[in-house]
Write a protein that binds this ligand. Structure first.
Ligand code: ADP
Ligand code: MG
Length: 262
């Protein structure tokens, strides 16, 4: 193990496999995530990243393998199960309601009511300001429909919504794919704020440049398998590219079943 073994991982995926018909989309892949850690899951399109992570989010049921949450064996058969373990996914197609404001988005489907049973807008806005203040202190546009916000601001609303409901493990699949450079930077700041709160984040990407500087560790997949896992401080970007493209595991990484024999 390359990571700090004195701590229990927030989550561990061990030897996960899932085939679609004859295609082994995920083939004995493993990865762990510690509190306050960002782990990038990297690999070419079709490497199996989204499928692996959908096993964790409950969108797919695995064929084999084990999931542990805080050291305990976890049963995840649907998204509701995943949420009960504090696992939330921030989708690329940002799941926000465009026609209402940030506070309403945070409480969509889980509104705070007054004792008369009406919507408690004051309480919801006040809570929204607290959570958003932690994530994105410059955010002031609480009264505007989310449609008017930038991509980065919309993402902070989606993340705030997850945090508000006790997410401890966040999955972000290609988080910066639809964003410009300035918004990408904002997402980076958001991720730093989440880390400080002890939240663990899986960042899924096909582009190492998007995530290398944000990640504490990388896990590279190829043909559904784990090529290897490394701390970003122990490897170079070029070495990680070699893992992605060739399946070659450098000295600073721990090889998985998908590594080329050396
Ligand atoms: N729902 C599905 N049905 C059939 N094949 C799928 C499905 N989802 C993914 N695959 C296949 O599984 C493999 C891994 O896909 P995916 O996990 O989406 O890769 P990545 O996210 O790394 O691009 C690919 O060969 C893909 O075509
Ligand atoms: Mg994908």
């Amino acid at each position: 193990m390359t990571e700090n073994t004195s701590q229990t991982p927030l989550v561990e995926l061990r030897d996960i496999s899932l085939a679609f018909g004859g295609i082994k989309a995920v083939d004995q892949a493993s990865v762990s995530l510690f509190p306050g850690e960002v782990v990038a899951i990297l690999g070419h399109n079709g490497a199996g990243k989204s499928t692996l992570i959908k096993v964790l989010s409950g969108a797919y049921s695995k064929d084999s393998g084990d999931i542990f949450v805080k050291g305990e064996h976890a049963t995840i058969n649907n998204p509701r199960d995943a949420k009960s373990y504090g696992i939330e996914t921030i989708y690329q197609t940002l799941a926000v309601a465009d026609n209402v404001d940030a506070a309403a988005n945070l409480y969509l489907g889980r509104e705070i009511l007054t004792r008369w049973g009406t919507l408690d807008d004051v309480a919801m806005e006040s809570e929204a300001r607290k959570v958003m203040g932690r994530l994105n202190p410059n955010f002031e546009r609480f009264k505007e429909p989310v449609a008017k916000l930038s991509g980065g601001q919309r993402q902070s609303v989606a993340i705030a919504r997850a945090i508000l409901f006790n997410a401890q493990i966040l999955i972000m699949d290609e988080p910066t794919a639809a964003l410009g450079p300035q918004e990408t930077e904002q997402v980076g700041e958001l991720i730093q704020a989440l880390k400080r709160d002890g939240i663990g984040i899986f960042l899924i990407s096909h582009d190492i440049h998007d995530v290398f500087d944000l990640a504490d560790r990388v896990m590279v997949m190829k043909n559904g398998q784990t090529v290897g896992t490394a701390r970003t401080e122990d490897v170079t970007k070029d070495e990680v590219l070699g893992m992605i493209i060739l399946g070659k595991c450098p000295a600073g990484a721990e090889p998985g079943p998908g590594a080329l024999p050396s």
